[in-house]
Each structure stands twice: as C-alpha cells, then as structure tokens.
Design a protein around this ligand. Structure first.
Ligand SMILES: Cc1cc2nc3c(=O)[nH]c(=O)nc-3n(C[C@H](O)[C@H](O)[C@H](O)COP(=O)(O)OP(=O)(O)OC[C@H]3O[C@@H](n4cnc5c(N)ncnc54)[C@H](O)[C@@H]3O)c2cc1C
Length: 290
C-alpha cells in the first residue's frame, strides 16, 4: 500500500497509462473470518480498512452474492491492469536504455578465473559474462539453480479465469468496488456489462473444465444474474509455488547470485516490494564487492 501509489505515479505515461483502481471488498466466509476482519480494522485505523456489517450490505447491495457474515472494505487496495503494468515497465526500461533479450537462459556457469563471476548461456547460442545475476524465472528457476547445487523446487498451480457477458447487468453496477472477493474468487467488473471471474487453484499444469464451472457458481452462492452470464473468454496461467518453503523466495544464494521468484499467488501485488528488495541487495553487493 505504501509503494504502489508511488510506482503508479512514476510509471503512468500517455503511451502506457497506469491506474490503481480501488477499493477492494472481501466478503467474510464465516463468523470467525468476520471476527478477524473486525480485529484487523480495529488494529489499523489508519490503513483505510473497515468492517461492514451484514445488514448494511443487504440494504445497500442486494445484488451481491450473499454469504451472510458481512465484509471488509479496504479503501487503498484494489487492482492494477497487469498487461498495462508490463507495458509501462517496458517503456521505463527502454527509457533507461536497458537491453531486453527475448531468449531463454539454458545454463548459468560459475566462473573462477575471470573478472566476472557468472557466465550466462542462452538458447540462441549466445553467452555473456556478468558480475551479478537475478533469477526471476518462476518455474524455470529450479533447473538453472539445480546445476549450481541449489535445490529450490517449485510446483505449478494452474489458475483459470473466465470473462463473462452479463445478460442482465445488476442495477447500481457503479456501486461495485474495483474488486469484490468471495470465497477467494475475485469478481472484477469491466465495461458496462462484463465481468472477469478468477481464479481457480488447480495443482499441476492441466486445466480442468469442471473447476471453472464450480468457480462460476461461487460455491452455490452466485446470484441469478451471475448464473445466467455467458462465458465469452477464458485463459489460464501457471503460478510457481515453492515446495516446503513460504512464498516468495527472496534470497542471496551466493555472492552475485540473487533469487527473486516463487511468488505463487501474489507476484503482481508484491512487484514493488520484490523490486525494492532486489535493489537493496544490489546496492549492498556493490558496496561490499566494488
Ligand atoms: C490466473 C492467475 C491469476 C492470478 N492473480 C493474481 C492476483 O490477483 N494478484 C497477484 O499478485 N498475483 C496473481 N497471480 C500470480 C502472478 O501472476 C504471479 O505471482 C506472477 O506472475 C509471478 O511473476 P514472476 O515474474 O515471478 O513469474 P512469471 O510471471 O511466471 O514469469 C516468469 C518468466 O520467466 C520466463 N522464464 C522461465 N524460464 C526461463 C529461462 N530459463 N530463461 C529466461 N526466462 C525464463 C518465463 O517465460 C516467464 O516469462 C495470478 C496468476 C494466475 C495464473
């Protein structure tokens, strides 16, 4: 919450506009979760988080899925368009004359008798000697690290998202937050009558159609207008979940070798925090080994 607004301000430009759409509302799934939300709101009065009792939700937002335990509203949380973010980051890199190469790294070699520490060997047959490597290749990181003797296994967890066309958009659509979360599923309106719903959590790399149907029904809490909505788009991606370690993996594995990966479900959310960690590590390495 502290870093994102500053990032958006810095990255937002005419050719690659970037906005932080707020707020986020999370429906409580149980009385216990509602209690935790109340405690969080009470403990952090300055954070823009507050609890909304169920009867208030019922009065003001009758078209939302009704779980029955109230909700947490987080004024400063929300959503950033990830494709716009990538575009803005590319523009920023170009402006700083950073060379971008669209090729896979097939091997990393430790150098002992050269002024550089690492040799990067790429799929296009090229190689380059460098002082510092930051590995951030998600599921592709494991293999690169294995040949250097570092074991950081990660498992793929597939996520599917649906784009829905609403036959009868709910009234007062404008009252929807940027993101409404129900049972871990995000409902994100776009345009006047469309909605993204996501994402499934499916261990492995194969998408299962049944998982999207369960998700669309919202565990049988979906209102009629959502059940009637038509699927007009669908996509999936893989998340990298570290095995037997919490996500993400932010580590200095050895001098000049940083790992910043394994973000599992929160890689977009954690982008500025991860970048700050990497930047601090690089500064530290420059100071300790000029
Ligand atoms: C459906 C879905 C919904 C999600 N929703 C959210 C959300 O709401 N909020 C959130 O914060 N996160 C979300 N995530 C998770 C988020 O997308 C990831 O955490 C994030 O993309 C991780 O970023 P990354 O750059 O570490 O890895 P990736 O995005 O996986 O990128 C890794 C890159 O490394 C490249 N690569 C692999 N091997 C090599 C190699 N040997 N050499 C060179 N390049 C290599 C790959 O081609 C890829 O481009 C979602 C993920 C999915 C699938």
């Amino acid at each position: 919450m502290a870093l994102w607004p500053a990032w958006v301000e810095q990255l937002n430009a005419a050719g690659s506009p970037l906005h932080l759409e707020t707020p986020l509302i999370q429906l409580a799934g149980s009385p216990e979760e509602a209690q935790r939300m109340k405690q969080l709101a009470a403990a952090r009065p300055q954070s823009g988080v507050r609890f909304i009792a169920d009867h208030l939700l019922q009065d003001t937002e009758p078209v939302w899925p009704h779980v029955g335990h109230g909700a947490m509203l987080s004024e400063r949380d929300g959503r950033i368009d990830p494709l716009q973010l990538l575009k803005a980051l590319r523009r920023g890199l170009n402006e700083r004359n950073v060379a971008l190469r669209a090729t896979a790294v097939v091997e990393l070699q430790r150098l002992s008798s050269s002024s550089s520490r690492w040799r990067i060997i790429t799929a296009d047959g090229g190689n380059e000697d460098v002082d510092l490597v930051v590995i951030c290749s998600a599921l592709g990181s494991t293999e690169l690290l294995q040949s250097l003797g570092h074991q950081r296994p990660m498992d793929a967890v597939l996520g599917q998202v649906l784009e829905l066309q609403l036959n009868e958009p709910p009234e007062r659509w404008t009252a929807w937050p940027a993101v409404l979360t129900c049972g871990g599923i995000n409902l994100i309106p776009h345009g006047k009558d469309r909605l993204w719903i996501g994402a499934t959590l499916e261990p492995g790399t194969t998408a299962n159609q049944a998982a999207t149907e369960t998700m669309k029904r919202l565990n049988d809490l979906a209102p009629a207008w959502l059940n009637d909505a038509r699927v007009i788009g669908q996509w999936h991606g893989l998340r990298a979940r570290p095995r037997e370690r919490p996500a993400p993996l932010l580590e200095e594995l050895e001098a000049g070798l940083l790992l910043a990966s394994g973000h599992y479900r929160n890689g977009v959310l954690l982008t500025p925090a991860t970048a700050e960690w990497v930047s601090n590590q690089i500064d530290h390495q420059m100071i300790t080994s000029p």
